[in-house]
Design a binder for this molecule. Sequence first.
Ligand SMILES: [Zn+2]
Length: 512
Amino acid sequence: MQLSSRRLRAALLAAASLTLVAAVLPPPTALGIGDPLFPELGNPGYDVLSYDLSFTYKDNKSPLDAVTVIDARATAPLERINLDFTHGKVASAEVNGEPARYESVGEDLVLTPRRAVADGGPLRITVRHTSDPRGRGDGGWVPTEDGLAMANQADAAHRVFPCNDHPADKALFTFRISAPAGLTAVANGYQVAPALRIGPSTTWTYRTRHPMATELAQVSVGRSAVVHGTGPHGLPLRNVVPAADRQRLDPWLKKTAGHIEWMEERVGRYPFENYGVLIARATTGFELETQTLSLFESSLFSGDGYPEWYVESVMVHELAHQWFGDSVTPRTWSDLWLNEGHATWYEALYADGLGKYSLERRMREAYQRSDQWRAAGGPPAAPKAAAPGEKIGLFRPVVYDGAALILYALRQEIGTPAFDRIERRWVAQYRDGIAGTADFVRLASQEAGRDLGAFLEPWLYGTKTPPMPGHPEWSAPAPAPAGKAAPGKAAPGKAAPGRTAAGKALPGGKRV
Ligand SMILES: [Zn+2]
């Protein structure tokens, strides 16, 4: 038949051209989108629309079985597709329903589909793989006493699942998590349907209503209690705590609604479908603003070591990130100051409101250290890359209090009403989007009614801290010679300096 033979010819031609394509493709290489701090994060040529992640958990000593389904749109013709993925074994890969060849190159998983993907065309990738919670603790799965949690910031999501691991490519997420009886699984977003029990295993399904960066994904498996409540204007609250600690932690959980109200008064409506804290029996040394479900170490709430006002201000810090960092995601990792500067700002403002540590005093103390912080970590908007093997070394004081100081200077320069308008408009205009430093300068200039570029430039990019408007008496001591600790210098790796009302440094500054 004519039709059939034409089809056959077309198939043969396609097969021949595919062979030719395969023969001339150069060896696969690891790619990135050119982030100044993480050049190999992310991948060119496609935009992820959604992730559908399935995990089967057994115990902390075994890799999880996982299936990652990615729906994307090609933004260029693609003969190869790079994903970021490491620390798991791949069993199979498919592109648009057909098996694809896969190879690991560095921390990329490189897929070669049978037929090239057309520019603008749909791209569905399915990878069957394992996800290994064991090994070096540099992000990804975090073992807890009773299971696992996740901490992917900045570049560890691809230690858990294959992805386009850069905050500039946000997507919707669905999580399907199966775990043995006695354990409870929770993830970002809302629960789609009641947990489904089949034999000895139960499966939970969660979905995000808003796009999310891979670094903000959260999956918790443990002997957990899920404590529901209601926040301002009916916002669903969902906290996840070790079941055994529920009663002890309850007074802390009750504070969240008030924190949200406090933030909403300042910047407008909470941006997501629900909120809650995930308190894990784990030693991480940090808290993390995973979207809709912020991760905290249980030791923060143990009642010894940290005064109540400090714990609350850290809770507000992670909550503030839901607007600054989660809803509005940084364009590159050099824009991290927009996350941490704002979260520190509201943390400090909250402590100020409690009458425990005034904003002005905190900013004056930050001012005194700012030149040292800039010398150690680079300017707030152009931070130095972390040393090899110290990925979280990026989270230095210069992007916390050193960046909150920029916001303080801006408020001093343009006045509180204009500053407040900037904050509200920033999170409204870029809601569910990405934005960078230039966007902030532009928006600030618009709200202030004058070009703030020349004013903000040295605050953002200078090696020296500019004079503080309204505080000519503030001064920054010169940096100490290399190797010598300067007076008042924060210990390396310590984040916002937590202090008691009496000015005593709190034990163990926390990365937040
Ligand atoms: Zn933070």
